[in-house]
Design a protein around this ligand. Sequence first.
Ligand code: PMT
Length: 320
Amino acid sequence: MALKASTRAMEEWEEYFAQNPAPPGHSHHCGDMEAFCQRHVGHHPIALVTSGGTTVPLERNTVRFVDNFSAGTRGAASTEYFLQQGYAVIFIHATSPSLPSCVTSTPGSYWRPCRRGRAACCSSHHNTLARCIPSGVSTSRSRLGRLLWLTFTSLSDYLWLLRSATQCLQRLAPKALLYLAAAVSDFYIPQDEISEHKIQSESGPLTVRLQLVPKMLRPLVSVWGPELYVVSFKLETDEKKLIEKATAALRKYKHDLVIGNLLQTRRDEVTLVTERESSLLRLTEHQKAERIEIERLIVEEVCSRHRPERGHAIPLAKLC
Ligand code: PMT
């Protein structure tokens, strides 16, 4: 009997992955994530923390790109607090030109990020990296083994990592959570429209038409990681829109928690929005004077809602 060919049309997100191939080294990253999960399953709950902004190249040999705003502070500080809460963390962070080259050139190592978006420190190559460690940063070895730090630059790098990490963690549900603090582009130039070489200014003013990136939260929640606890962030600049947009995102993608923040006040307050309620988390003047970071409050709250002691982990299978 002849096999009936599938007639299902590709979803937009599937088309995106079909048209934008995995970046070099991706299977290496998948191996790192798989090994990390194998090591921690049954010992620690795991958090995936994404951080920093994605770039969208305007040229294939990239000289220019469009960036999304994020200093990476939210993700780096939150990672520290998840480690303090006993989680193992896969930290997926945008590369930054300000990081020392020894940091950016060794993806897959185990690092501990520093606060306030500063350079990174410590890994299994501790000695060679000692010069990268800013003074005053603690280098507790007990936490190093619970951190896997991977980096991305472009939107496509990020989305490939996000999908693979989510599929990897799905096998550990409900003992894993996603904490999506990266600032992800809504626009990009498709592969078949992107200029091969540097765009020349002699041709006059540049008009660029950016296409919409499919919202990846949809397949993330419904296909890649349906049993994971998913926290997304919503960034706005207009206070009047924040709760409305956060609530709409939650209804649309049906995940667990949206953390709304305004660009101007994101260091001092956020609003946690669930299906049932919204609640404000704000640093008091006393906490500010004590230099307590808002991420500490956010992570404590997220951990108490996630309650990884619920249920049992599902055995890991071969991934990626
Ligand atoms: O790094 P800092 O300077 O400390 O700042 C932290 C922060 C402000 C960047 C962070 O707290 C934050 O709000 N991050 C999310 C920013 C963002 O991308 O918001 P958005 O409204 O554009 O997207 C909302 C959600 O949709 C996000 O979870 C995003 O992952 C998701 N998304 C976005 C684009 C896309 N194509 N697919 C998606 O699924």
